[in-house]
Ligand binder design. Structure first.
Ligand SMILES: NC(=O)c1ccc[n+]([C@@H]2O[C@H](COP(=O)([O-])OP(=O)(O)OC[C@H]3O[C@@H](n4cnc5c(N)ncnc54)[C@H](OP(=O)(O)O)[C@@H]3O)[C@@H](O)[C@H]2O)c1
Length: 225
């Protein structure tokens, strides 16, 4: 499959490299056509990897991953070009983190909105599926780095797109179907993004590194007597 990875940071590199390793053609997109990071990534990832602008990656792709900074994702997608996005599935793994006041970051959008929703509103015919944003990049593509039946959330308006993304998460990245928790429509992205302050706090104060995730254990509701 032809896949566009929008973003040249560590997440774009990790996702892009994994996708190339399982046989896909991947084009990494950036604000500029000659990003050093994208060029270096393509050189190391091999012949199925290429790079260009956000628009180059979006026009090339059948499916897109949004690996841009959450606060800049709308700007990045505008550069990608509406005509290059129409009708495609976009897996949004961004988080709306604002580091301008240092650590811990604050959220640029929260409570009654999210980046996932902002993107879906701006591009109604883009099939946005929020996923992967709640784990560190190496765990996204290798869930076995964390032991146990830890989970990944998915949210999106288009049921068909969500089903396909769920299949891809299993086939490409090694998640198991029983560990994908469907949070419903794209408003589910709110909770997924607002989890980040808790994730960062756990990482800093209790776990001490980013290789962790959450497991959801179901009990039986107590019977009323
Ligand atoms: N780090 C993790 O393990 C992790 C885990 C879960 C989710 N996430 C989320 O994944 C996303 C990517 O994270 P990252 O650390 O790899 O990269 P990042 O530094 O958050 O984002 C880098 C990308 O954002 C683009 N960008 C920055 N400012 C922009 C602007 N004003 N207009 C348009 N594009 C702009 C950059 O474009 P250029 O290429 O032109 O520089 C670059 O491609 C983030 O939303 C992050 O919160 C990260």
């Amino acid at each position: 499959m032809k896949i566009g990875v929008l973003g040249t940071g560590g997440v774009g590199e990790t996702i892009g490299s994994k996708l190339v390793s399982v046989g896909h053609e991947v084009r990494m997109g950036s604000r500029t056509p000659d990003s050093e990071k994208a060029k270096n990534w393509a050189a190391s990832a091999g012949p199925r990897a290429s790079y260009g602008t956000f628009a180059d990656a979006a026009s090339f792709a059948e499916v897109l991953f949004n690996c841009t900074a959450g606060a800049a994702s709308l700007a990045a997608l505008e550069m990608a070009g509406r005509q290059n996005l129409a009708g495609k599935v976009l897996i949004d793994l961004s988080n709306p983190l604002d580091f301008s006041r240092g650590m811990p970051p604050t959220l640029t959008v929260c409570n009654d909105d999210s980046v996932g929703e902002q993107i879906q509103r701006a591009y109604p015919d883009l099939r946005v599926v929020k996923a992967l944003n709640t784990v560190t990049a190496p765990v996204m593509v290798n869930p076995g780095l964390v032991p146990g039946d830890h989970v990944l959330f998915v949210a999106g308006n288009d049921r068909g797109a969500k089903a396909r993304v769920s299949e891809w998460l299993v086939a490409w990245f090694g998640w198991t179907p029983g560990r994908l928790l469907d949070l419903g429509d794209i408003t589910g992205a709110r909770g997924m993004e607002m989890y980040l302050p808790l994730w960062i706090r756990m990482m800093q104060q209790s776990v001490g590194h980013p290789f962790f995730n959450i497991q959801v254990l179901k009990g039986a509701p107590p019977r009323r007597s």
